[in-house]
Design a protein around this ligand. Structure first.
Ligand code: ADP
Ligand code: ASP
Ligand code: MG
Length: 424
């Protein structure tokens, strides 16, 4: 008997019909002789709707209360799913994150899982039940308050449960047939990737391919938990995320470029006229770190000889913009910079592939592809297996399609189907 952890995303449980279809899948897995634990997301766009509601009553809602509100979405779907399963003659119990033993730190809105103590889940399994767990939530060890893991966090709940329960596999069910060479909503000719390494998938997720939550892939790598990403709307084999999909004996050859990811969620801030003195850049990034803001790319120009001043530009999550601008204004006099410039009409395009390590010329081909469609590059950053650029937001779609084509990733026949969801 195997232990299978399954995760169903919002679009897979968007309405009563979807919930009933998912219930059938779960029951079929159970009847095939497996123990089944399910992590479930809120129905459809519930989380966005709750966020809108919060904004209507307060422009900056207290983080503790926002988490309390957002976690209610998953309580609805978990209970409905347990009912639908009961209606099919199987026993299922639903559990909140806290009841399931998902223990986190106290950082509301982006809490980290620090431990999973799934005693009640084990008990439910031992009694022959299916366990349904509310995704994306936990309880803080210190404050005992309810926390959320960040948008898309149900993927992480699933992998964390799978690791704690020593499951055989973690299946992530979504609205596409697996991980593709680019977002199928933008590139209809994208190809399904049969197998991808944790390392590459981490870069894809970090660069905006939201099909998997970044923390979920980090967690899976740490515990060597195989993830099977597939559609809840079809029975096709999906994408296996494992440590080495290219090892001997497998049919896959390591590609130079595995995929193209894009991200529209960042904003660019330029600190204009920073005196070119030791410690100034440190003061700026320290201020942002103290405000718990993650900087992604950062660029400092050569200082102009005439003024002895330079500009420093960086990108951060757009949702942190107000906090960042406020914190920087406070240190303007101390650092002595001239002004701040802000731009959230940007996008990031990333080329990812473990094979890039040993192949020169990739950057040249990438930049030529962007130039070919008239897209200007504003910032650049690279790692061993990734090249990222910042471009104007209205050039993102064309840039992704051009890079995808330039690296021969286009499929001969369209195989990318988007079964549901709004892509929000
Ligand atoms: P869920 O609600 O199931 O968690 P998400 O919307 O979070 O689903 O993630 C699935 C979506 O991720 C797809 O509909 C697709 O638009 C998007 N996506 C972005 N990049 C990729 C990619 N490389 N491969 C597959 N899907 C991708
Ligand atoms: N419901 C949460 C969200 O929309 C968590 C998730 O779907 O994984 O972000
Ligand atoms: Mg998701």
């Amino acid at each position: 008997m195997a232990l299978v952890v399954q995760k169903y995303g919002g679009s897979s449980v968007a309405d009563a019909t979807c919930i009933k279809r998912v219930a059938q899948r779960i029951v079929a897995t159970k009847k095939a002789g497996n123990d089944v634990v399910v992590a479930v997301s809120a129905m459809g766009d519930t989380t966005d709707d709750l966020l809108n509601l919060a904004e209507q009553v307060s422009p900056l809602p207290p983080a503790r209360e926002l988490d309390m509100l957002l976690t209610s979405g998953e309580r609805i779907s978990m209970a409905l799913l347990a009912m639908a399963i009961a209606n099919l003659g199987q026993e299922a119990h639903s559990f909140t994150g806290s009841q399931a033993g998902v223990i986190t730190n106290a950082t509301h809105g982006k809490a980290r899982i620090i431990d999973v103590t799934p005693g009640r889940i084990r008990e439910a399994l031992d009694q022959g039940r299916i366990a349904i767990v509310a995704g994306f939530q936990g309880i803080s060890q210190g404050t005992k308050d309810i926390t959320t893991l960040g948008r898309g966090g149900t993927d992480t709940t699933a992998v964390a449960l799978a690791a704690a329960l020593e499951a055989d596999v973690c299946e992530i069910y979504t609205d596409v047939d697996g991980v593709f060479t680019a977002d199928p909503r933008i590139v209809p000719t994208a190809r399904k990737i049969p197998g991808i390494s944790y390392e590459e998938m981490m870069e894809m997720a970090a660069c905006g391919a939201k099909v998997l939550h970044l923390r979920c892939v980090e967690y899976a790598r740490r515990f060597n938990m195989p993830i099977h990403v597939r559609s809840s709307f079809s029975t096709k084999e999906g994408t296996w995320v494992v440590s080495d999909p290219y090892s001997e004996g497998t049919e896959m050859e390591q590609p130079i470029v595995s995929g193209v990811a894009h991200d529209r969620s960042e904003a660019k801030i330029t600190v204009v006229g920073v005196p070119d003195k030791i410690g100034e850049a440190a003061a700026i990034v320290r201020t942002l770190a103290d405000a718990e803001i993650n900087i992604d790319m950062i660029v400092q120009n050569v200082s102009a000889a005439a003024t002895g001043r330079t500009d420093i530009s960086f990108t951060i999550p757009a949702t942190d913009s107000q906090t960042a601008l406020g914190a920087l204004k406070k240190i303007q006099d101390q650092v002595g910079f001239e002004s701040l410039r802000y731009d959230d009409q940007i996008g990031k395009i990333s080329l990812i592939g473990a094979g890039m390590r040993s192949h020169p010329g990739i950057t040249a081909k990438f930049f030529a592809a962007l130039a070919g469609v008239g897209v200007n590059i504003e910032m650049i950053s690279t790692s061993e297996i990734r090249i990222s650029v910042i471009v104007a937001e209205d050039g993102v779609d064309a840039a992704v399609a051009a890079a995808h084509k330039a690296f021969d990733l286009d499929a001969d026949e369209v195989e990318a189907v988007v079964y549901g969801g709004t892509g929000r």
